[in-house]
Design a protein around this ligand. Sequence first.
Ligand SMILES: O=C(O)CC1=CCC(=O)O1
Length: 96
Amino acid sequence: MLFHVEMVVKLPPDMPTEQVADIKAREKAYSQELQRQGKWRHLWRVAGSYANVSIFDVNDNDELQEIISGLPLFPYMDIQVKPLCRHPSSIREDDS
Ligand SMILES: O=C(O)CC1=CCC(=O)O1
């Protein structure tokens, strides 16, 4: 199942610099492992903001919830999820 996920990062302004660096490094490692596994298909920065738009390819809602709630930045993000299905006009033969 494919999901469009938008994440807006809202770190507390008073979070210590070392803690910010640590959480960002853990977020990067976590997301890159999921990208290698093919579960996090796309990761795009939304230009001009501290936000991303991502496409996840997971088995079901529960797996998406597990992945998203495991993000190190999860407590500091506003997240919107939209389930996707094939568009009847798409010329792609698969869902890539
Ligand atoms: O910087 C972001 O948009 C938050 C984030 C999600 C995955 C990642 O590596 O950073």
